[in-house]
Design a protein around this ligand. Structure first.
Ligand code: MN
Length: 723
């Protein structure tokens, strides 16, 4: 049996050399001895020396016809997890590849499978594949699982159930996905044995009994086929099919039918030499017995996604019973059994037609690449598992797996959990460590989002979020917020106008009179009217002219005119709007004005009043209407603190940074940020953000810096200025 459990080293080496005569037995021997030493004294639950396990795993890898590297890694696969061996040691003794494979297997072993919903299980399988950067890692893991399942009887009942369940949910489907039929079938049957022992025992017994009864009949059908094919010169081999108990159980469960109904089918497999002959065999069988309509499937023209190929047909056999045929070439048979592992060797025979591109999935690519490559070693080195290159799989704190596009950040993750979590996220922990919000997540990461009720979405987040869900949610929030602000600004602009015309604002806003005007102007409500004004879509003059019809037409008074009539009122510490009511305001970031700078206010559409320096090119470049400019001045009654960017050019020598910092502190200014860049010309550029009260204070600081030995010049930097 090629898949049986190997129990000694010589047997292992013989198996390896049977398909790979060049394999160095010495390399394998060294790995075996290292593993023996590392695991010395350890026992399996069965009471066997632990070494039997890695030996068996390596043996199963030879059943998959793995290369020496994978077999050696199989011998060493538990040394990082269970012994004192280190990755460095493995690399030194057995090379980079072996060390990397063992490390990969160890990493996958650490994933906790805690939730078995269908979607979750699928994500786990994908996670395993995406975490392994080499298909051999997954194959070693599968071999490991096969041997553990074969020896499961030695474990405690609860552990047994848990491992069998995990195998059924994750590893058997993984084997199926990789097209390795025998591993899938063996794992499934072993799962059935431990999860449904009664069903397993019943099926085993009935299948054996049935087979005994039917042997003669199957043989008769097989003989007839064999004879007909030989007569027509078609080379072939006719076999009965191995029994897959889990498959029978599944059919009984899914279709709610009896054992007899499932197993009544006589199943026969015909293996021939070429694809053309598969169809010839099919034709012959159909000429012998009448095909059952709707039961013919051409998996040769349209392979399954795991590259399985065969023709399936059911005919009404000699005794009027249904007989199921599978027809395939030897190569297809090998692929059905070995899947991805089939492509390591025999490349000269791997002629698989690739015309029907639409159904060919990733596995197909392995074959195609494989055919271009010079040797198997190179093939395996090149086959990186980038099957899921555009997604990552991460854990929630509850152990659920989320699939995210590659490049996703904690903010994307937060919005994937819930809008509320996204809107209020302030930070994140990845694998227990705090990371910035724009940190990119990797497969296997455990992500925990930190929230604060005061946090709100930031426009800046749009620059790094990856998912459209996060983008939409952030934009939605910003839009609502902008609407709220527009209503507020519009209301204030209107109130100011109303007062100027001796109209009582508070009453007016509640009155039907304003509502009528609003409707007249195409707005549903007074708030909508205010928003239109706030956005700048509607001049206040139009509202006023409808409230107080004037013969002189409806020329709008400018904001400046309006401003002059009002009473000044400070609104933000440090700035007063001449004649203005309190408006939302912020100092513009582009010119970052400081008390002492000449300033001007600009009523933005939806973001309140921004204060710019007079002469700020951004303001001049703005497509603004003069009506939205407002006179503002610094309120010197209450001192305030402002961050200013300062750039210092100095000779690159030790102590300069310290001396400059000291001079800033001595000028009673704080440094809120500092960055030093060494230039090629032996000069250093020091960039600071310094907190000052006003321009006079800033001048003092700059002068103090320039007095420091080695400083060439110090100047204030505005965002618009080239440095
Ligand atoms: Mn193991």
């Amino acid at each position: 049996m090629p898949y049986d459990t190997i129990t000694d080293l010589d047997q292992l080496i013989r198996r390896l050399q049977s398909y790979n005569p060049d394999a160095e037995s010495d390399f394998v021997r060294r790995a075996y001895e290292f593993s023996a030493k590392a695991h010395a004294g350890q026992m399996r639950q069965s009471g066997e020396p632990y070494l039997q396990h890695p030996l068996a795993v390596a043996g199963l890898l030879t059943a998959l016809r793995s290369d020496v590297t994978a077999v050696v890694a199989g011998l060493l696969h538990d040394t990082l997890e269970d012994t004192l061996a280190t990755p460095g040691e493995l690399e030194q003794l057995f090379g980079k590849d072996v060390a990397r494979l063992v490390d990969g297997v160890t990493k996958i072993g650490k994933i906790q499978f805690r939730n078995y919903e269908e979607k979750q299980a699928e994500n786990f399988r994908k996670m395993v594949l995406s975490m392994a950067d080499d298909i051999r890692v997954v194959l070693i893991k599968l071999a490991d699982r096969v041997h553990n399942m074969r020896t499961l009887e030695h474990l405690h009942e609860t552990k047994r159930q848990q491992i069998a369940q995990e195998t059924l949910e994750i590893y058997a489907p993984l084997a199926n996905r990789l097209g390795i039929g025998w591993i899938k079938n063996e794992l499934e049957d072993l799962c059935l044995k431990y999860l449904k022992p009664d069903v397993y025992a019943m099926l085993k017994l009935r299948v054996a009994k049935r087979d005994e009864d039917r042997q003669a009949y199957i043989q008769e059908v097989a003989n007839q086929v064999q004879a007909a094919l030989a007569e027509n010169g078609l080379p072939c081999e006719v076999q009965g099919r191995p029994k897959h108990l889990f498959g029978i159980y599944q059919k009984m469960e899914r279709q709610s039918i009896s054992f007899e109904e499932v197993y009544d089918l006589t199943a026969i497999r015909v293996i021939t030499d070429t694809k053309m002959n598969c169809y010839a065999v099919l034709g012959l069988i159909h000429s012998l017995w009448r095909p059952v309509p709707g039961r013919f499937k051409d998996y040769i023209a349209i392979p399954k996604s795991n590259l399985y190929q065969s023709l399936h047909t059911t005919v009404v056999g000699p005794k009027g019973e249904h007989v199921e045929f599978q027809i395939r070439t030897e190569e297809m048979h090998r692929i059905a059994d070995y899947g991805i592992a089939a492509h390591w060797k025999y490349k000269e025979r791997g002629q698989v037609d690739d015309k029907d591109g639409k159904v060919f999935s990733w596995l197909r690519q392995f074959v195609e690449w494989h055919q271009d490559l010079a040797d198997n070693r190179q093939f395996m080195d090149t086959v990186k598992l980038d099957l899921f290159h555009d997604v990552v799989y991460v854990f929630t704190p509850k152990g659920l797996v989320k699939e995210m596009p590659k490049g996703s950040t904690p903010v994307d993750f937060a919005y994937a959990i819930h809008t509320e979590v996204g809107d209020h996220c302030v930070g994140a922990k990845v694998n227990g460590k705090i990371v910035p919000l724009k940190h990119q997540l990797s497969s296997g990461d455990a992500v925990e989002i930190l929230t604060a009720p005061t946090q709100v979405p930031h426009k800046d987040w749009l620059k790094f979020v990856r998912t459209s869900r996060a983008k939409t949610k952030i934009k939605h929030w910003l839009k609502i917020e902008e609407q709220k602000r527009s209503v507020e600004i519009g209301r204030r602009l209107l109130e100011r106008e109303f007062r100027r015309h001796d109209l009582p604002p508070a009453q007016l806003f509640k009155s039907d009179r304003l509502l009528l005007v609003a409707r007249d102007l195409g707005c549903e409500s007074a708030d909508e009217l205010a928003a239109a004004v706030g956005y700048g879509r509607l001049p206040t003059a139009q509202v006023i002219s409808r409230l107080i019809p004037r013969p002189g037409g409806d020329r709008a008074p400018t904001v400046e005119e309006t401003a002059k009539s009002g009473v000044p009122k400070p609104v933000e510490k440090g700035v007063k709007v001449s004649g203005g009511r309190d408006l939302l305001m912020q100092l513009s970031r582009c010119c970052n004005p400081v008390p002492g700078d000449r300033i001007v206010g600009y009523i933005t559409r939806g973001r309140g009043l921004t204060i710019h320096s007079v002469g700020c090119p951004n303001l001049e470049a703005l497509d603004y209407d003069k009506e939205r400019l407002v006179d503002v001045e610094w309120d010197t009654s209450a001192p305030s603190i402002h961050g200013v960017k300062v750039s210092v050019l100095a000779v690159d020598k030790t102590g300069v940074l310290a001396n400059v910092s000291a001079s800033i502190s001595e000028s009673e200014a704080n440094i809120s940020r500092a960055e030093i860049t060494t230039r090629e010309d032996q000069k250093a550029q020091l960039d600071f953000v310094i907190e000052v009260n006003d321009t006079a204070h800033l001048d003092r600081v700059l002068k103090a810096i320039e007095r420091v030995d080695g400083v060439i010049r110090a100047r204030r930097v505005r965002a618009w200025q080239a440095r």
